[in-house]
Ligand binder design. Structure first.
Ligand code: NAP
Length: 240
């Protein structure tokens, strides 16, 4: 790859922001998105980056994002589909809109964004796609039928696309984080947290850096022969 350009969705905090820092330090130009306006240059202390306000569920916005990147001649060769949400509720009480919103944000968004860049990756015979899934998509989690389904869907998406594009020198992999300290997990009460920690052999939460380290490895040429995989980063929570 010549100039390394990475596109990361959901870059305004948590895992996405840490991935951005890690890739910037590795010499990538970083394009990051979130729905909210966010000063990525300030957060990273660098001008080797660009923030685009973008809702990954909105196909019109997604299309116009590609036009902007073409004009700027900044087409990424690494894509990290990280944006995601939860709308937890027991299935009996789960509203239609909670199902739709989570599937759209976590799964359909990955279809929307990957479609944008796959053509140029195929043409250039070079690309790395990394989808941020979840341990919930592997082991299930009560109250997260919508979230678990969306993340399990990413596994199927990843394996099928990996088979389609492997011969074009494009790899597609998933990272399945366990419990990672971010805004998404900061609502646990102390007894809930104690219960969670009991189930994690490492007996602690992970941090965003744990995920960013693996993303950087999967995007590197050292991982050229790894594709179609879902790799857990979860302190041993789920072992299969
Ligand atoms: N934290 C964990 O323990 C954990 C565990 C397993 C998997 N994960 C997965 O890891 C990823 C990152 O999680 P996190 O903990 O860093 O979450 P977070 O702190 O809540 O951050 C989520 C990011 O996604 C963005 N986002 C959400 N919906 C979006 C949309 N429709 N369009 C564009 N951007 C959107 C948010 O920005 P805006 O709100 O400004 O749009 C934010 O930047 C998610 O896919 C999550 O499911 C996290």
């Amino acid at each position: 790859m010549d100039k390394k350009i990475v596109f990361i969705t959901g870059v305004s905090r948590g895992i996405g922001l840490e991935i951005a820092k890690c890739f910037l330090n590795d010499g990538h130009f970083v394009i990051g998105t979130s729905r909210s306006h966010f000063n990525l240059s300030e957060a990273l202390g660098s001008d080797q980056c660009l923030h685009m306000p973008l809702d990954v569920t909105d196909r019109d916005q997604v299309k116009s994002c590609l036009e902007q990147l073409k004009t700027l001649e900044k087409i990424p060769n690494v894509l990290i589909n990280n944006a995601g949400i939860t709308k937890d509720q027991l299935f009996l009480r789960m509203k239609d809109e909670d199902w739709d919103e989570v599937i759209n944000s976590n799964l359909t968004s990955v279809f929307n964004i990957t479609k944008l860049f796959i053509k140029s990756m195929v043409k250039n015979r070079s690309g790395k796609i990394i989808n941020i899934s979840s341990v919930a998509g592997l082991m299930g989690n009560p109250g997260q039928v919508n979230y678990s389904a969306s993340k399990a869907g990413l596994g199927g998406f990843t394996r099928s696309l990996a088979k389609e594009v492997a011969a074009r020198n494009i790899t597609v992999n998933c990272i399945a984080p366990g419990f990672i300290e971010t805004d998404m997990t900061n609502h646990f009460k102390s007894d809930e947290l104690e219960n969670i920690l009991k189930q994690i052999p490492k007996n602690k939460m992970g941090n965003p850096q744990d995920i960013a380290n693996l993303a950087l490895f999967l995007a590197s040429s050292s991982a050229d022969y790894i594709t179609g995989q879902t790799i857990s980063v979860d302190g041993g929570l789920y072992m299969n």
